[in-house]
Design a binder for this molecule. Structure first.
Ligand code: SAM
Length: 289
């Protein structure tokens, strides 16, 4: 155990949550801190400048994002050690949750800097509490890995999870991810997609994974989404791993959802890594059978 007791003369690193859509979702304390600190370290200074301007705050800004160098981190640390307080914000929601920040926090703590979160909007919390699914125990998965093999591996690891699971996803990959989740947890698993939470077109789609997929087949997803999936219930049989579900059963499920053979082939090709031609040939042979 190392001694990381904050030194009184150094500044504080504040981790300030900002709105995930609705600008009213910022706390009075967050506004005070953003006004009082010497510097705001922002994921994208253009985004944060607009937020600060809206609240008539004129604190200097600097960039701190996932590509920031060690030199940038050291410069922020130097400011903190010199006695300046810094507020870290991301583009939206809570910093260090699927956003930059965790590394800076670790460095600050190692160097005896006081770290103080200013809690507020966070997409995972909003989604889990609005989902209608069990909230007693849940696990945050963030974004699934993008490469197919890593994604399958991760899904295989959590296939038997009994806690509610939460995933972040953008609109472009939502349908593909829902297909992967069906393969892993089975088509009937209760789930919820929370889309554009706190924004004008906020939408909550609740039902089985198959029903939710069908909804987004009919309504092209737009905006940011959180997927909440119920955990395995006692005795429930789940596919061993994503690969355990055959392309044939995926095709049948896709056709049952009303997809055209072409769309079914496209979806199954995306989910399994087979070529679209092979998937289409398989669709046609299954329809023939
Ligand atoms: N740190 C942020 C937080 O936890 O609030 C999340 C940042 S992460 C880069 C962005 C992802 O958060 C989106 O892809 C989406 O999954 C989720 N998200 C953020 N805002 C959202 C909103 N208003 N509605 C639904 N999901 C949202």
């Amino acid at each position: 155990m190392s001694d990381t007791t904050p030194t009184p003369s150094v500044g504080t690193l504040f981790l300030v949550a900002t709105p995930i859509g609705n600008l009213e979702d910022i706390t009075a304390r967050a506004l005070r801190v953003l006004r009082e600190v010497s510097l705001v370290a922002a994921e994208d200074t253009r985004v944060t400048r607009k937020l600060l301007a809206h609240f008539d705050i004129h604190t200097p800004l600097t960039a701190y994002h996932e590509y920031s160098t060690d030199a940038k981190e050291n410069a922020l640390l130097a400011r903190l050690l010199h006695g300046d307080s810094v507020a870290l914000v991301s583009d939206a929601g809570t910093p260090a949750i699927s956003d930059p920040g965790a590394e800076l926090v670790a460095v600050a703590i190692r160097n005896g800097v006081r770290v103080e979160p200013i809690p507020g909007a966070c997409a995972v919390i909003a989604a889990v509490i609005g989902s209608g699914l069990p909230t007693g125990r849940w696990t945050f998965e963030g974004f699934l890995p993008r490469p197919k093999s890593d994604r399958r591996e991760r899904l295989g690891e959590i296939a038997r999870e009994s806690r509610t699971m939460i995933f972040y996803e953008g609109p472009h990959r939502l349908k593909e991810t829902l297909t992967d989740l069906q393969k892993t947890f089975g088509p009937d698993r209760p789930a919820c997609v929370a889309r554009e939470v706190t924004k004008k077109f906020e939408e909550w789609v609740r039902g089985s994974l198959t029903e939710i997929s069908a909804h987004f087949d009919a309504n092209e997803p737009r905006g940011e989404c959180v997927i909440v999936v119920s955990g395995r219930t006692e005795g429930e049989v789940v596919p061993d791993a994503p690969d355990a579900v055959s392309p044939e059963s995926l095709i049948c499920a896709a056709l049952e959802r009303g997809l055209t053979p072409k769309d079914a082939a496209r979806e199954v090709a995306a989910a399994t890594g087979m070529s679209r031609n092979d998937a289409y040939t398989l669709v046609q042979s299954l329809r023939g059978a």
